[in-house]
Each structure stands twice: as C-alpha cells, then as structure tokens.
Design a protein around this ligand. Sequence first.
Ligand code: UDP
Length: 364
Amino acid sequence: MTTNVMTIVGARPQFIKAAVVSHEFTRRGGFAEEIVHTGQHFDHNMSQAFFDELDIPEPAVNLGISGGSHAEMTARMLVALERELIERDPDVLLLYGDTNSTLAGALAAAKLHVPIAHVEAGARTRSMTNPEELNRICADHVSGLLMACTEASMDNLQAEGIGDRAAFVGDPMYDAFLQYSSLAREPELVSILDGSTVDIPDVFHYATCHREENTADDSTLESLVRALDGLGKPVVYPVHPRNRERICALAERIGTKSLVLCQPVGYLESVWLVNHADQVITDSGGLQREAFFAGVKCTTLLPFEVWPETMVGSRNLLAEPRLDSILDAMGRPQEIDETYRPFGDGHAARRIADEIERYVGRCS
Ligand code: UDP
C-alpha cells in the first residue's frame, strides 16, 4: 500500500530537512510525496538553489505567498493550503519546524481532520513574544504525530500533556550535515553593497542574524552591526533579503571595515563556512546546531535558549547584540565531550519514515 504524503515547505531550513526525508521516501518506496511550497522564501538563493543542490523533488505547486504582516501571510496561506489539502486528499500532512507555513498548514489540516505529522516537535524557547514559539506550540498541539529531535524536546511535550503522541527520531539537520559535509564547497561571496566578488579571509567568523528580536528595532540592528564589525577579525555575514536594504544603509553610514556583507549562500557553502570558521555568531536555530555538529564554538544572539542541548561546556553561549556581551561569550573556551550526541545518530529520516508509516496505519 502506498502512503500519500503532502509535505509543506516554505523557508530555507525546511528545504534542508525535507531533502533528507524525501530522499528516504524515494529510497525505501511505498511513499507518494507531493511537496507544496508556500512561497514564503522566494529569492533564487533562498529557495530554488536549495532544490537544485540538494536534489529535492520539484514542488507540485508553489503558492507564491510571502511578505505582509504575520497575520496577512498566515491568513493567505491558510486559505490556499485548505484548497490544496481538499484537492490532494493526502493520508498525512507532513510539517517541519516553526514558520508561518508550518502554522497555516497545521490549522488548515486540523480543521479538515487530516492527520498531521510534525518534525522538530517539542522545541521551546519559553518566550511567548518569540513569533516562532507560537507557531511551534500551535502546530504541536494539533498534530497527531510529534517527532522530536532531542530528549529535551520529548520532555517538553510530556510536560504539556501531549507526550503520548511523541516519538524521539533525532534531528534531520544532523542527517543533512553528515550526508553533505563531504560535498561542502567554498562559496563565491557576492557583496550586497556593490555586487562585487569578495575573497574569503584566511581567518574569519561566520555570522547570520535575521530574527525579529535583533532586526525589528533600528537601534538594536545598529548595535549588532557595529559589534560584528568590531570583533577584531573579519566576519562573513550572508544577509537575509528581508534586512538587506537596512543593513546596506547602516554599513555605509557607519563605514564598516571588517564585515563581509554578502548575498545568502547555498547550503553546501554554508556548511563549508561553518566548518572553516573560527567561531559562529548567530540567531539561527539551524546554524547553532551546525556549529555544534562541527565542534565550532557558537555565540547565540537571543534572549532565550532554543536548543539547550548545545549549551553545554560553553559550546554555545547566549549574548546580547552588543560588543562587550558578544566578546565576553566568545572569549570563554569551549569543552567538547565527543561522546555527547543529543541529536541522534544521523538516521532521523529513517525513523521519520517509520513513524509516519505506523501513524498512517493507526489513522486508517
Ligand atoms: N544557511 C544557508 N545559507 C546562508 C545562511 C544560512 O544555507 O546564507 C543555512 C544554514 O546553514 C542553516 C539554515 O540555512 O542550515 C538556517 O536557516 P535560517 O537561519 O533561515 O532558519 P532557522 O534555522 O533559524 O530556522
């Protein structure tokens, strides 16, 4: 019997996780997957580039929905995804992570009584002002199969009274990191300031920052840019399209010297940058984990922990977007215990496929 899966993706981190799971569906057979792309990320280097280099099956449809306020974007997705669910009538809806695409898919499917399987379930920041936290909680509470990356995520689901629907599968980002590290390649960096090609410095830090907590407010963003420019080493910073214009204007006004402000790079190039960076500075959930996988010290510019598993032995420390705070975190040496592997064994995709098969069997 074939399991009909409708997968919703919309944003960069979801493409990476979906890649390894889609490959597993194809490898083992018995799954017919239709990928629905909401269009949340649409620039070539934030979307199509990932489908090309990770060999992800072409989406059955791209809904072209992006931009606007959270409510506008989510509402438009909700309407469009309800239509897709009715038309495609899948056995199960597969969701990844914590974006507005995840939330809209979860709500649309729950109202139609379509079984929902959520990957990266149970991750919590415990900050209800964090937009992704609302998406995670809502998606988890309406999903019938909760697939957790870590035991701490399992504990969170248990504490919220939904542990009976949860399974520890490991982190598909870890699968991807292991599978693609040997293919990682040095990026050709393109400056966002003038479009020129920029050489990668011999020694550099790798930074990405785009969360609302760091970018919504002008003075916070300025403090962040000044701090990254003052770390005493070049910083390679691929800028999220959402913040491009404001960061360009800031860089010109401040006259940044050691910040390499460039276009987003592909996943294989990002993995190369992680593996070759002196340190990582980020507010990205994915990059925090990749730094951990690579054994590279990370400083997270957020007021809360998203992945507490990485915050051991000073391997990943929280800091405020200010020079003194960042330097303090970066200055504390990390201690690595090679036996500590909280994100599974690199076979999360296999367990995800197993769990989906069992879940669909229970639902039918
Ligand atoms: N990434 C990338 N190109 C870049 C910056 C990041 O491929 O220019 C990758 C990065 O390696 C990680 C993922 O994108 O795997 C993280 O995505 P993002 O920060 O957008 O989302 P989050 O992980 O915070 O949900």
